[in-house]
Design a protein around this ligand. Structure first.
Ligand SMILES: Cc1cc2nc3c(=O)[nH]c(=O)nc-3n(C[C@H](O)[C@H](O)[C@H](O)COP(=O)(O)OP(=O)(O)OC[C@H]3O[C@@H](n4cnc5c(N)ncnc54)[C@H](O)[C@@H]3O)c2cc1C
Length: 309
């Protein structure tokens, strides 16, 4: 339905990660198609770099918009050497879930997410230092919330590495519980993070000149320099920081990121299905059985093995 980065690609792999059933064989394929093959049409959304005044005004939109597109394959010829799977339900599924493709793709995405969370934390802290609000205990507490989210995400990535297993092909697969837990929690964590940063930065992200060109206008610059400044932070630095913050949390580029974090790994009911299948419910139930075995109608049972976790 959407191909992120498609307009920038040379080749695109076309397959189906959704569960398929008997009768769906026409969708049970995996092929790779050059983007300039006859019959391929790529309909991109509008670029968020379009129409913005400068890199200084929209530093992320102008340089990091990876683009998304609808892909249409209209009677495209695919040579057999570009076909990995052909009308095979089990093999299509295996190509994602028996190989490490699905887990490694998502592990990479979560490393990316951990860096993004750290970056957002850095923005929040930089704004608090710029405005001086860092001295207020309530602001420090809110920054604690922000830091906790960033640390949690980084911790889940590190735990995936610590709990990795080596498969029969010698490929290190990240710890599944932590991987799938993060996939479920990611939309919630991202939305919460953005809300916290918005609260911390206040209206300063809106109180900015319309473009860098205002700096060159002597009358406008005199006001900007005088009124849009913070103690220890001249107007030029403050405007630069606040414009970067806005592009990370509030611009159209940022809005697309919010949607991306909610959906790129699949809708919530899909990601919850993964952790449902892979969480150590047996271990959890063993703890409950141990607790239940610790007492009966005659009181506490004293002689028994300790619980194993
Ligand atoms: C910015 C962005 C980039 C993307 N890039 C790519 C990409 O590069 N490649 C790619 O393949 N896909 C990509 N996607 C698509 C992504 O995989 C889908 O958005 C995702 O799988 C959800 O599907 P959907 O958008 O059709 O939403 P829907 O499936 O219609 O879901 C919409 C809402 O309805 C709910 N819902 C729907 N069906 C059920 C159900 N059976 N039970 C319970 N709730 C249900 C969902 O939970 C959700 O809240 C991208 C999406 C976004 C937003």
């Amino acid at each position: 339905m959407l191909g992120t980065g498609a307009p920038l690609a040379d080749y695109i792999q076309l397959s189906c990660i959704h569960p398929l059933k008997a009768g769906d064989e026409n969708y049970a394929i995996s092929v790779v198609i050059p983007c300039n093959a006859p019959g391929v049409r790529i309909h991109s959304r509008r670029s968020y770099a379009e129409g913005v005044p400068s890199v200084f005004d929209y530093p992320l939109s102008t340089r990091f918009d990876e683009s998304d597109a609808i892909l249409v394959y209209d009677d495209v010829f695919v040579p057999w050497e570009h076909v990995f799977v052909y009308k095979d339900l089990a093999l299509t599924r295996a190509s994602f879930f028996e190989t490490a493709a699905h887990v490694l793709g998502n592990n990479q995405a979560q490393i990316r997410f951990a860096v993004k969370m750290k970056f957002l934390t850095g923005l929040a802290r930089s704004v608090a230092e710029t405005t001086g609000s860092i001295a207020i205990p309530a602001v420090q507490s809110a920054l604690g919330d922000v830091a906790a989210l960033a640390a949690l995400v980084e911790g889940l990535v590190l735990a995936q590495e610590a709990h990795c297993t080596i498969d029969a092909d010698g490929v290190a697969r990240p710890g599944l519980q932590e991987l799938y837990a993060q996939m479920v929690l990611q939309p919630e964590i991202h939305n919460r993070m953005i809300a916290l940063v918005r609260e911390l930065v206040g209206g300063g992200v809106i109180q900015v000149p319309s473009s860098i060109e205002d700096f060159a206008n002597p009358a406008a610059w005199a006001d900007i320099e005088r009124y849009i400044q913070s103690p220890g932070s001249p107007a030029r630095d403050r405007v630069k920081l606040f414009k970067l913050v806005w592009d990370a949390i509030g611009s159209e580029f940022a809005g697309r990121h919010a949607q991306y974090e909610m959906f790129y790994a699949g809708a919530p009911f899909v990601t919850k299905g993964h952790i449902y299948r892979h969480y150590d419910f047996d271990g959890a139930k063993a703890l409950v059985a141990h607790a239940l075995a610790g007492y009966d109608e005659n009181g506490v049972v004293t002689k028994r093995e300790p619980a194993t976790v």
